[in-house]
Structure formats: structure tokens, C-alpha cells
Write a protein that binds this ligand. Structure first.
Ligand code: PGA
Length: 255
């Protein structure tokens, strides 16, 4: 992390977990733990928990995010939620292009780009996820894959807007598998992302963007990952569902 240039952010990705009463209990546990954090704290929760999360975190340092957003403003898109619907209830962040959405729900770089632009236009801060498959890493094309995703996902996004965007580097093979990227692997790709941003925009813009690592980050491996210059926090799945574990990650990112 380089806290002089940019903000470190730990964001929880709850995925499809927690009913409303369960969400309430977890958030109530998290509030006092997060209070002392010297980094950005975000929890991205299922749609049904957003209002509860916004209400409970009012006046605290915890920000609330959604896990997806549609790119159209309204209309015949059964099952989808618009950016305005999210901002209207006080949601500030949104995860876009998570590998699970790419893998199971047909998300493409084109739709990631559209969602990112409509989220930004509505005033949401997108957390745009990129990352290679195991097969792609084995074929030695991680750099090409990730640079391509960055170029396509951020196409036509202004420098001013990209500074409001968080990029999450999540190697798909490390998500929910317990197989974490080494600190060197994480740094290598996070730096590649920053270099790609510098080429697309300029160095000052690239230096200002928060780039997270995600994929089995937990209390045991967080310190080493977060010690890397270009790893500015984490997008946390499993470990965000336990307040104590999430608290350790906040402590590590606060150093
Ligand atoms: P994990 O998930 O921490 O459970 O690997 C990370 C993510 O999918 O964002």
C-alpha cells in the first residue's frame, strides 16, 4: 500500500449470504470493530440487505455497496436493479464484473464497461473486478488477459471518473479456493494494472487509483499481501462473513 498516494480500502463481498436478521447481527458486531480503522471500510451485501445496512451504518465509518447494477436507467429488465435505485437508498459502492457474474451470468467486458459507466454517472463508486483463469495463467497470458480487461472495462471512462473507481485484481483460481496468490504474484499483476492505467491515462491518475487484491485473503496472509506497494487493500469474500476476521484485515490495512 502507498497511503500517501491513494486510499487503502477493505471491502467485504458477502455474495449470496445472510438473511436480514443475520445481516443485522453481523453489522452490529462489525461497527465497533471498524470504528478505529485507518482505511476505507465497505461492505457489499445482497440487494435484500442494502436498506438494513444503510440504516445501521448511518453515522459510522462503514460504507455500503451492492454486488451488481444494471446499465439501463429503467425499463423491461426483469430481475435487475438500476444505479438510481441504489443511490436513492444511500448505497455508495457497487461491485461490477465479479468473476462469478462473468462465469455464471454471462457478464462480458462490454457489459462490465456499460455498468461501470452508468454507475459512475449516477454517482456510485464501482469496484471493477478483473483476473485471469487458472488455464490462462498456465498458458502464460495473465498479463494480456488482465490488460485487455482493463482496457475494455474502462473504455470511455474519463480520468476524473477512473480515480473514483476501485480495481479489484482477483485471480479466478484463488477465489473461494483457499489458494491464495503469493504476495509477489499479487504485486506483479496489481503493478501491471497500474502501468496499464498510466498508459491509458497518465501516471498521476494511475497513482491515485485504489487497486485491491481479492481471492482467499484472510487474517493469516493479509499482512504480506498488503505490504506490497501496489496492493491497496482487498476485496474479501469468506473472511468478510466473520466480524473478527474482517477486523484483522482492517487492522492490517490500517498500518
Ligand atoms: P474469497 O472471495 O475471499 O472468498 O476468495 C473473494 C471474492 O470473490 O471477492
Amino acid at each position: 500500500m502507498n497511503k500517501e498516494l491513494r486510499q487503502a480500502v477493505i471491502a467485504g463481498n458477502w455474495k449470496m449470504n445472510k438473511t436480514r436478521p443475520e445481516a443485522k447481527a453481523l453489522i452490529e458486531e462489525l461497527i465497533p470493530i471498524a470504528e478505529k480503522a485507518n482505511c476505507g471500510v465497505v461492505i457489499c451485501v445482497p440487494f435484500t440487505n442494502l436498506e438494513t445496512a444503510v440504516e445501521l451504518t448511518k453515522g459510522t465509518n462503514i460504507k455500503v455497496g451492492a454486488e451488481n447494477v444494471h446499465f439501463e436507467k429503467s425499463g423491461a429488465f426483469t430481475g435487475e436493479i438500476s444505479a438510481d435505485m441504489l443511490t436513492e437508498i444511500g448505497v455508495e459502492y457497487v461491485i461490477i464484473g465479479h468473476s462469478e457474474r462473468r462465469q455464471y451470468f454471462g457478464e462480458t467486458d462490454e457489459t462490465v464497461n456499460k455498468r461501470t459507466k452508468s454507475a459512475l454517472a449516477a454517482g456510485l463508486k464501482p469496484i471493477v473486478c478483473v483476473g485471469e483463469l487458472l488455464w490462462e495463467r498456465e498458458c502464460n497470458i495473465t498479463e494480456e488477459v488482465v490488460a485487455r480487461q482493463i482496457k475494455l472495462d474502462l473504455f470511455d471512462v474519463s480520468a476524473e471518473d477512473v480515480k473514483k473507481t476501485i480495481i479489484a485484481y482477483e485471480p479466478v483460481w484463488a477465489i473461494g479456493t483457499g489458494k491464495v496468490a503469493t504476495a509477489e504474484q499479487a504485486e506483479e499483476v496489481c503493478k501491471l494494472i497500474r502501468d496499464t492505467l498510466a498508459k491509458l491515462y497518465d501516471k498521476e491518475t494511475a497513482d491515485a487509483v485504489t487497486i485491491q487484491y481479492g481471492g482467499s485473503m484472510n487474517p493469516k496472509n493479509a499482512a504480506e499481501l498488503l505490504a506490497q506497494e501496489d496492493v491497496d487493500g482487498g476485496l474479501i469474500g469468506g473472511a468478510s462473513l466473520k466480524a473478527a476476521d474482517f477486523g484483522v484485515l482492517l487492522d492490517e490495512a490500517s498500518k
